[in-house]
Write a protein that binds this ligand. Structure first.
Ligand code: SAM
Length: 280
């Protein structure tokens, strides 16, 4: 393991600060600084950007982001045991790192960040999907972030980039692909982490689109997609009955057969259907 900075290796940091991994906080740490630098590089050119990191833990990815040239990193960490370890990183990187001790679901990071903003994180699995959905459903458009570079369980990563016709295709794919270009950039086996989780992981990189991929009202699209995939095995004329009384006509007007199932319908078609429903 080669050094990316003059700080101690992560195993030493963990031993010095007593950071034994806690399952309740989703703690599976990355210890290889070459790997964390590689993940940071997938986030794009960081030099002119503020980077928001959720769950820095002992600071492996944080160090990668700083070593790769991030203008500033704002890291939000819930585990108070990690704060002294992160203070050492902040001291070594000339104040480019700001750490907030708190719950990422409750802290508003925007008070501390200046655009352009990129988000990069090895997310705690218990809050990862919730944070992603929040970032994908902003009040304003475009969103406050330029890109998201996020570690997920492989199965969740596959749901984000899924194409129609696959089992993984559903609400998450529609939300993500309507608002961003999404691709899996790194696959990681359980052994890449300490302790190793039960499942494989993958890093997904999402680049925000300047405007939604196809025109549609966000609330209508969200309602249609939720109903369609809640009963994904049913034909759309049945699963969407509650969305509009004349749903068969609306489906046909959008170029969708009422006998199709949600899994077969493309993002473009869901957007067309949302526009038809919104007309009433
Ligand atoms: N980034 C580190 C790494 O790659 O080694 C740690 C990743 S570990 C999968 C997830 C981290 O998120 C842990 O440090 C955990 O304490 C933190 N965490 C868990 N829930 C959190 C929350 N709600 N808000 C902020 N941090 C949280």
């Amino acid at each position: 393991m080669s050094a990316i900075d003059n700080l101690p290796p992560l195993r030493e940091v963990i031993a010095t600060h007593g950071l034994s991994a806690r399952k309740s906080l989703g703690q599976n740490f990355l210890l290889d600084l070459n790997l964390t630098a590689k993940i940071a590089r997938q986030a794009g050119d960081l030099s002119g950007c503020d980077v928001l990191e959720i769950g820095p833990g002992p600071g492996g990815l944080t160090r990668g982001l700083l070593a790769e040239g991030a203008r500033r990193v704002l890291a939000i960490e819930k585990d108070s045991r990690c704060i002294p370890a992160l203070a050492e990183v902040a001291a070594a990187y000339d104040g480019r790192l700001q750490v907030i001790e708190g719950d990422a679901l409750e802290v508003n990071p925007l008070e501390h960040l200046t655009p352009p903003i990129r988000i990069a994180a090895n997310l705690p699995y218990n809050v990862g999907t919730e944070l992603l959905v929040r970032w994908l459903t902003p009040q304003e458009w475009p969103p406050f972030w330029t890109s998201l570079t996020l570690m997920f369980q492989k199965e969740v990563a596959e749901r984000i980039v899924a194409a129609p016709g696959s089992k993984a295709y559903g609400r998450l794919a529609i939300l993500a692909q309507w608002r961003a270009d999404a691709r899996i950039v790194i696959n990681l086996p359980p052994e890449a982490f300490s302790p190793p989780p039960k499942v494989s992981s993958a890093v997904v990189h999402l680049t925000a689109l300047p405007e939604p991929r196809y025109p549609a009202d966000a609330a209508t699209l969200s309602r249609v997609v939720a109903s369609a995939f809640n009963q994904r095995r049913k034909m759309l004329r049945a699963s969407l009955k509650g969305v509009a009384p004349d749903i068969e006509d609306r489906l046909l007007a959008a170029g969708i057969q009422p006998t199709e199932r949600a899994e077969q319908v493309s993002l473009e078609q869901f957007c067309a259907l949302s526009r038809e429903i919104k007309k009433s």
